[in-house]
Write a protein that binds this ligand. Structure first.
Ligand SMILES: [Cu+2]
Length: 368
């Protein structure tokens, strides 16, 4: 019995040793049973290596009249959209050109060797100031993904970007990336601190921007719900409780309003939506008719036609929309769940067709 047990222990150790020593194999060859670098059955696919050079710098931005620190990659905020084809190899060279700060890049939703996952001090070494790191991995998936810094709260101040992997034999079609995010003049760590202290600062700011979007005493009295409001106060429930942070701006591709005028009447456009925000859920609405959701977090889904849908933080959705008429730009709107602010992308060019704004939540009737 003892002999058997030690033999079994030896076998387990041998397997563990093999796994440890062959860890790097996956980086070059992909997942066993999923051959990469080979052609598809019709033989028409030649895999390539797609290389990107990314340089991280810190910078000063001014969106509201106040100069604030932010991060750029190749001078851009959000980071540049990285586009690949399934089966290709991604080779991403990341230079940290900052003077003092370290950084990292995490490839959100990608299947890759753990040591390239980009979570500093857990799977990957941080990229120290002045250092360069190379990420090389096979692309086993297709779909809409994104990448972001995984160091401190750099992601909130610009370090988020789209990562698109096209299917191998996809017909080229009109498409558009829309990465959503928020901007606050407050330092992200201060936002974090205030979330712990749960004060009413954000609620007061939100009430000033759009009355009715927080629970106020005057609204409570008007709705005959003073008792509910008082009970909430007694329970130390904050005045918002849908989203707890006040933001100065919401961004569509890094701008308060973005435009995609190249689309023509009758075109079906695939919009690749990414919620790159730090704490906001977004409602998506469109002025040009119904939206058809065709993919979620990079995976194709049974198409669903919707009037609106909500996106959680870090989620991605692909939707198909139609441009109904010429000489018109149709508004695709992302509204924060608390309905305080929105940001838009205009599809097409011409007279602007607005989407109907979402009404404030009925706080004392179950937040509908
Ligand atoms: Cu992520």
């Amino acid at each position: 019995m003892d002999l058997l047990r030690s033999l079994r222990t030896l076998a387990i150790l041998a397997v563990l040793l093999y796994v440890l020593l062959s860890g790097g194999v996956f980086a070059q060859n992909g997942i066993p049973g999923h051959p990469l670098g080979t052609s598809t059955p019709d033989g028409s696919f030649t895999p390539r290596t797609t290389r990107y050079e990314l340089t991280v710098r810190d910078t000063i931005v001014n969106y509201t009249g106040k100069a604030r620190k932010a991060f750029t990659v190749n001078g851009q905020m959000p980071m540049p959209t990285l586009t690949f084809t399934e089966g290709d190899t991604a080779e991403i060279v990341v230079h940290n050109a900052m003077e003092k700060e370290e950084t990292s890049l995490h490839w959100h939703g990608l299947i890759l060797p753990y040591e390239l996952d980009g979570v500093p001090y857990l799977t990957t070494a941080p990229i120290k100031a002045g250092e360069t790191q190379v990420y090389k991995f096979p692309l086993l998936q297709s779909g809409t993904y994104w990448y972001h810094s995984h160091t401190k709260l750099q992601e909130q101040n610009g370090m988020h970007g789209a990562l698109i992997i096209h299917k191998r034999h996809a017909e080229p079609m009109p498409e558009q990336v829309l990465i959503l995010s928020e901007w606050t003049d407050m330092k992200p760590f201060e936002v974090h601190r205030r979330l712990h202290s749960a004060n009413d600062w954000s609620a007061i700011k939100k009430h000033r921007i759009r009355p009715g979007t927080v629970q106020s005493y005057s609204d409570a009295i008007k709705d005959g719900a003073l008792g509910v409001k008082l009970t909430n106060e007694w329970k130390r429930m904050n005045a918002m409780d849908v989203s707890d942070v006040y933001y100065d701006l919401l961004f569509a591709n890094g701008k308060p309003v973005d435009e995609a005028p190249q689309f023509k009447a009758g075109e079906r456009v695939r919009v690749r939506l990414i919620n790159g925000g730090a704490s906001s859920y977004f409602w998506i609405t469109y002025a040009g008719g119904k939206m058809t959701v065709v993919a979620s977090d990079g995976i194709d889904v049974e198409p669903v036609e919707v009037d609106r849908f909500i996106m959680g933080i870090a989620e991605t959705y692909d939707i198909m929309v139609t441009i109904p008429a010429d000489s018109t730009a149709y508004e695709l709107v992302a509204t924060s769940e608390d309905r305080v602010r929105s940001t838009s992308l205009w599809l097409g060019s011409g007279i602007r067709q607005l989407a109907a704004p979402l009404q404030p939540l009925k706080y004392f009737a179950g937040w509908r």
